[in-house]
Structures are given as C-alpha cells and as structure tokens.
Design a protein around this ligand. Structure first.
Ligand code: NAP
Length: 293
C-alpha cells in the first residue's frame, strides 16, 4: 500500500460514509488506499449521523456537493425515502448502501448483495440452480436472498427463530414475486427438509459469531449436510468465524464475509469514479485493517 501523504486541495472530491456509530468502519481505509494508488483526487471520510438527523445529512450531500456516500447501519432502509431514484436491485431489496450524486439528483444503489455474489464468483461457487439457505432474516439476508434469486438460485430457504418469522415471510414474498426461485421459511429446529441432495449454499446472515463473541455459532447442524455444500458467513470480523472453521474441519468449501465487504466497496468505487477499482490495493488495505483490530 502507498504510504504517500494525500494532498487535499480546493479541488478534492469528497465521498463519505453515514453510520451511527461509524468509527469502526473499514471503508475509509479501503477507499483512501484506492484513491491514492489510482492518483484520484478524492478523499473518503466517516460521518457519524444520528438517526434523527438522517434527512439533513442526505440534503447535505447536495449542499456540500459530495460525490456520493456509503450508508451503513442503522440507515440503509430509512434513507430510501430521501433519494430521487433507486437502482432496480435497491428497489427490490428496499435498502441502499451507496448513493451517487449527479447535479442535485441522488440515486441509491445496493452493492452489498452484488458484492456477496461477486465473492461467490471469485470462489467459483455456482449460484445457478443452487439450493440457498439463509440463516437469519435481517437486512443483509433480504439483500442476499433477492440477489441470489435474481442470479438463478433454484430454491431460497430462510431459517429463523420465532421472532424473525414475519420478516422471513416478507423476504420469501419478494423472492417468489420477482424470480423463479421457490421460497420457504423454517425455524432453526426444522431445517431437515430444506437440505437438497446437492448444490446447497448455506449462509450465516445473523451476527452470531461476530467479534467479540467469536466462540458462538448459529444453531444449524453442519454434520449431516452433503459434502459438496458451500458454507458462507457474512461476518468479516473475525475473517474466519467458528461457523466457517467448523465447516472447514468437515471438509466443506467456505466463503468469508470479507469478500462481500471488499466487493461492495469496489462496486461503490466504480459507481462514484466510473473507473475500474484497484481490487488488490483495496483487499490489502482491508486485510491490514482487519489484522489491526
Ligand atoms: P439485522 O438486520 O440485525 O438481522 C440480524 C438477523 O439475525 C435477524 O434475523 C435476527 O433475528 C437474527 N439473529 C440475531 N441473533 C440471533 C440468534 N442468536 N439466533 C438466531 N438468529 C439471530 O442485521 P443485518 O444488517 O442483516 O446483518 C447481519 C450480519 O451480516 C451482521 O453480522 C453483519 O455484520 C453482516 N453484514 C456483513 C456485510 C459484509 O459486507 N460482509 C454487509 C452487511 C451485513 P431476530 O429478528 O429474531 O432478532
């Protein structure tokens, strides 16, 4: 990674991230490394935006002529109402993680789900015809469910505890309404019928196992699933969760959430700059930042 000090001038374009809290975000490190390596006159800064000030913060994108922003927890869904237009995926998912300004027009995109899909492609995991099982039914699960259904998954199962049932049904309806995939909802204790003989992709979309609770894993039995199953985790800290370690010990292929984090960033970079993202620079910056925490 370049260690040059970035010169900020009156011409420097500003891009940011709105979150609450935001200080733990890895995006500033990843994007600033990319801008410096590419010689692009942009700087990426974190903005802590409390929920009640989100509308003002979105207006400030226009007033301050920011090139765009990322949007993270807890704003991804509420921000939709303040934008002028949405990409097709963001509309279906109902959440935005990237905003691009053109003049006074703000357009929202969702690069989280596309980033996850790219991380599967990188690991040569076939989504076409797959039997996808999502553990959890929050915002990330909805994004991934819609994206994988649009990418040709055959069946999308959403596995929840009791409190998540309604959200899971909402996801199942979107999937059934906009793709050919069959959608099913089940409780964690009733997943046996959801496992196919082959082509399973199992994805932890819950925060169970995330730092500092690294000795926890979602209540899903990995010991009886077919040997060709792929096990994924959206968690990126730690890069390899106990869930993935357990799957790996069984000889199963695994995909970490760090790929999703990387590729949601590279896709956002390309939307803002209209240039190809320096993927390796961004990956290195991200890995270094993850190792430091
Ligand atoms: P969220 O909206 O809060 O949803 C969390 C889901 O997990 C809910 O369905 C929740 O169920 C379920 N859950 C929580 N604790 C559980 C437990 N102990 N047992 C079973 N289910 C449980 O969160 P999110 O925004 O979707 O994020 C989910 C995960 O994805 C987080 O770890 C986040 O860091 C990760 N993520 C990663 C990336 C990336 O770039 N790699 C991007 C986005 C998100 P209830 O409704 O019943 O509480």
């Amino acid at each position: 990674m370049s260690k040059k000090i970035q010169r900020i001038t009156g011409k420097t374009g500003v891009i940011g991230i709105f979150g609450f809290p935001v200080e733990h975000s890895f995006s500033p490190v990843m994007h600033n490394a990319a801008f410096q390596a590419g010689g692009l006159d942009y700087v990426y800064v974190p903005f802590e935006v409390p929920p009640e000030r989100l509308a003002e913060a979105v207006s400030a994108i226009r007033a301050l002529k920011l090139r765009g922003v990322n949007v993270t927890i807890p704003h991804k869904e509420r921000v939709v109402q303040y934008l002028d237009s949405l990409s097709e995926e963001a509309r279906l998912i109902g959440a935005v993680n990237t905003i691009v300004r053109s003049g006074d027009e703000l357009k929202g995109y969702n690069t989280d789900a596309a980033g996850f899909l790219r991380s599967l492609e990188e690991k040569k995991v076939a989504v076409q015809g797959a039997n996808v099982l999502l553990l959890g039914a929050g915002g990330a699960a909805r994004a991934v469910a819609v994206q994988l259904a649009l990418a040709g998954a055959r069946r999308v199962g959403i596995v929840v505890r009791n409190s998540g049932w309604r959200k899971a049904e909402g996801i199942a309806e979107i999937v059934a309404g906009h793709s050919c995939a069959k959608s099913t909802v089940a409780l964690f204790e009733n997943t046996q019928d959801l496992i196919a003989e082959k082509g399973n992709i199992i994805i932890n979309c819950t925060p169970v196992g995330m730092h500092p609770n690294v000795m926890e894993m979602p209540p899903f039995k990995l010991d009886t699933i077919p040997a060709d199953s792929v096990v994924c985790d959206l968690i990126y800290n730690p890069a390899e969760t106990l869930f993935l370690k357990t799957a790996k010990a069984r000889g199963l292929k695994t995909v970490s959430g760090s790929g999703m984090l990387l590729y949601q960033g590279t896709l956002a970079y390309e939307l803002w700059t209209r240039q190809q993202a320096p993927v390796d620079i961004m990956r290195t910056a991200l890995e270094e930042a993850l190792q430091r925490c």
